[in-house]
Design a protein around this ligand. Sequence first.
Ligand code: PEP
Length: 255
Amino acid sequence: MDKGRKLIIAGNWKMNKTVAEALDLVNGLKRELANIKEIDIVVCPPFTALSDVSKAILNTNIRLGAQNMSEHNFGAYTGEIAAGMLKEFSVRYVILGHSERRQYQKETDELIAKKALAAHAASLKPIVCVGETLAQREAGRTELVVGTQLRKSLAALSAGQMEETIIAYEPIWAIGTGKNATADQAQDAHMFIRKQLAAMFNETVARHARIQYGGSVKPSNARELMSQRDVDGALVGGASLEDRSFSDIIKNCVN
Ligand code: PEP
């Protein structure tokens, strides 16, 4: 099926990998994935490995992402990293509003909206994460929750910026649990998200914006999930920590 959108598969390494381990992983990925042109491939190492991984992937088909950034450009914000600092390592993407940051760092949609704007100002493409808890899904509140997250966290963006923004639909009950959403559940949620983008921005934005699925993606389920009409890629946690499983996910999704 030609959706008119290139698949984008990103690995979120979270708080894993020393520099040496990160280089091992990315060198394995370079070997495994050298010939893949059909899919945008992104790795998101911890900040401490960005510099070395950036050098290791020079002139390859692998792009670099960060897992978070500050909404501020510089100043007295101890422990924070600004977009301009990420740009020094040729970072192209930045994950914003991951459910773990929403939960543990209490990040709000309003904060994520500021970060998304700051990312675009630095020409970084945000990967904005949304998704419901199991209790919210079981209470029939998925669309309400995800719709609110989208409306608030994308509030500051222009239509042009939205076209360059990636949404990651990550049902929280599927993250790190081994229990992925079914292809139908993913497609339903992604179709809803695309309709919301049409209502918030316009039809062209909705047609062009890429929506990743995240939540226990692995080599055995990636192809079916990616073949859904409104699923344009994956944000992969656990299975991105090993070169074989991450590259198998990608290879399995090449037509
Ligand atoms: C994630 O944390 O973004 C994620 C999708 O994790 P996992 O693939 O391990 O479920």
